[in-house]
Design a protein around this ligand. Structure first.
Ligand SMILES: [Mg+2]
Length: 432
């Protein structure tokens, strides 16, 4: 198994697009008080800056920090080229996010060159063709391969940045050593909460899990995870590389520079959200069978509402109707800092058909089923319109066509770019 992970991916792409940033502490993230760091160069990490950190804190830790807003379309472009390079090794490639992938090389076992040479060659091509640094782990299992790529990365210490090996083979000796010394949170699926739970019982290292009665572990973390952790602790990992994994959901969320106070404002936001999500669904050639609206309040608590549909949806108008009906059931007792719209239960569009019901009984149903019935109608009626819009955008670019309601001072694209505020808003209070 091979696991390859691009170094400081978003930030590195920004350095390619603006070489004047090279050597400086740079992060990609939201620049406002609510912004979050999504990716940090190693120069920034020297100051203790890391992804997930509030941008305001990062600025305090590193006064010269350069904060760049994210350019998601560029990351997706580099990500596609990255995957193409991995796919040159084998069709058995499982991407994880935009900047990581597993590749199963077992089918090539008898072929020269061997896995280590393939790993070095891949890393070289990523450097030559994409101008990005990466780390590769080669191991018997996915778990060890991923741990291997992590250890192959550059290290940041008080003396500066030291390069890592770049490619690391996890030999049987190294496996045995890691199984003795690794903390439990090195294991797949063990986050801080689980690690704390295990730690309270003195289970701090992977070796502590070995020999533990299965039912004891099961009462702590549930039976499914207990089985998995026990296997990891023995050095086993039955997980295969799953090629062509379709994304589980397509979504868009926005953290507002100024919290939204009214349902009318949020309802207007859902129009833009629905357009972004519907476009992303059609670009992927999938339709969704569930729609979820997530609202996060100023006190950081969240609520979500979901609706399952008996038809596949990729129409913006239909999506908006269902989303608004869901929003109507969300209490607005306080201001809203984030609004998200997610489309899930994705299936390939090919073969998905909307059976038109000529008689739709909306009178007896509640608002949500009325919205779903209307959406079903839109999904069927507007197929030709969606195809025409997509064709125009394909030929003349995404900004060629939009609805008047979504046109802002910055134009169509600026308002609609997916992931644009994924790391928090770029600017403070644009309305002021
Ligand atoms: Mg990475």
């Amino acid at each position: 198994m091979l696991h390859v992970d691009l170094d400081a991916f978003f930030a590195s792409v920004e350095l390619i697009d603006d070489p004047s940033l090279r050597g400086r502490p740079v992060v990609v993230g939201g620049g406002s008080a609510r912004g979050v760091v999504a990716s940090a160069t190693y120069e920034a990490r020297r100051f203790g800056v890391h992804s997930g950190m509030a941008t305001a804190l990062a600025r305090r830790a590193c006064p010269d920090l350069v904060v760049v807003p994210g350019h998601f379309d560029r990351y997706e472009e580099f990500s596609r080229r990255f995957r193409a390079l991995v796919l040159d090794l084998t069709p058995l490639v499982e991407p994880l996010g935009l900047d990581e992938a597993f590749a199963d090389l077992r089918g090539r076992r008898r072929l020269a060159p061997g896995p280590l040479e393939l790993a070095r060659g891949l890393r070289q091509r990523i450097s030559d063709e994409l101008h990005l640094d990466s780390a590769v782990g080669v191991a018997r299992t996915k778990l060890f391969a991923k741990l291997g790529s992590k250890r192959a990365k550059p290290r940041v210490g008080s003396r500066g940045i030291s390069p890592g090996p770049g490619v690391l083979w996890v030999s049987p000796q190294l496996e045995a050593e890691w199984l003795e010394t690794l903390p439990v949170d090195a294991l797949w699926g063990v986050g801080p909460a689980t690690a704390a739970k295990l730690g309270r019982l003195g289970l701090r290292h992977v070796r502590d899990l070995r020999g533990l009665e299965p039912h004891v572990l099961a009462t702590l973390v549930g039976p499914a995870m207990a089985g998995q952790l026990a296997a990891y602790a023995r050095g086993e990992d039955p997980r295969e590389v799953v090629a062509d994994r379709v994304a589980k959901s397509v979504g868009h969320d926005e953290t507002f520079a100024v919290s939204r106070q009214t349902r009318a404002e949020l309802s207007a936001d859902l129009r833009a959200h629905a357009e972004v999500v519907a476009t992303a669904l059609r670009e992927r050639g999938v339709v969704a069978h569930t729609v979820t609206v997530v609202v996060r309040y100023d006190d950081r608590t969240s609520v979500s509402r979901s609706q399952t549909l008996d038809f596949g949806i990729d129409d913006a108008g239909g999506l908006r109707q269902v989303a608004r009906a869901l929003l109507a059931s969300v209490p607005l007792s306080q201001a809203v800092r984030l609004l998200g719209l997610y489309a899930g239960s994705l299936r390939p569009r090919a073969g998905a058909q909307v059976q038109l019901r000529l008689e739709v009984d909306v009178a007896g149903g509640d608002a949500l089923s009325a919205a779903a019935a209307n959406s079903r109608q839109h999904q069927g009626d507007r197929a030709a319109l969606r195809d025409a819009v997509d064709e125009i955008r394909r030929r003349f670019g995404r900004t060629a066509l939009g609805t008047a309601a979504d046109l802002g001072v910055e134009g169509i694209e600026a308002r609609r770019q997916r992931g644009r505020t994924a790391f928090g808003p770029d600017q403070e209070s644009p309305e002021h």
